[in-house]
Design a protein around this ligand. Structure first.
Ligand code: PNS
Length: 160
């Protein structure tokens, strides 16, 4: 029987409840879901990639078919190496669409055998992003309900 592995790639700096909502939806649809954290040496992330992975592993523990890994280089190369058939991405609002479409079509050109699947997180998270969460914490705002509590603790520890 065919087993579908989907890769859910991203920066996850840090993982938010919006990401988790998508992971939960993806884990229901696909046989296996691999959350792939980009190690981007050019960007200046708040959390080192090892810490982002650690947080993701902890918060995805409830889903036995979800795994977490690090990748660098081209996503489609990594997806091929892992024998993934699907790239999963979330679309929150129409503003995400243009960039996501561009990325999906470029990935399709590079690797026609891998399909990008878009899912929508709950509308409760349609305004949520890792960037805004970091800004909120930096400025002393509340982030309850936006990130898992272990992430909030680490965010506060970083900022203080
Ligand atoms: O969470 P993000 O920052 O929106 O995730 C973007 C990500 C990691 C999915 C994208 O930057 C990516 O796939 N980078 C890997 C390099 C690559 O394959 N680039 C070509 C994409 S068309």
């Amino acid at each position: 029987m065919k087993s579908i592995l989907a890769i859910y790639p991203g920066s996850f700096d840090p993982v938010t409840n919006g990401h988790l909502d998508l992971i939960e939806r993806g884990a229901k649809i696909f046989d296996r879901l691999l959350v792939a954290v980009l190690q981007n040496l050019e960007k200046d992330p708040l959390f080192p990639v090892a810490e982002r992975v650690e947080m993701l592993r902890e918060v995805t523990r409830p889903w036995p078919n979800v795994d977490v890994a690090i990748f660098d280089g081209l996503l489609v190369h990594y997806a091929r190496q892992r024998n993934a058939q699907v790239i999963l991405r979330g679309i929150r609002a129409i503003s995400d669409y243009e960039y996501e479409l561009q990325m999906a079509l470029m990935n399709r050109k590079l690797e026609p055998g891998i399909e990008t699947v878009f899912m929508m997180p709950s509308e409760a998270y349609s305004y949520l992003s890792s960037r805004l969460v970091k800004e909120l914490v930096h400025l002393g705002g509340p982030v309850d309900g936006l990130v898992p509590s272990i992430v909030e603790k680490r965010l506060r520890a970083k900022v203080i």
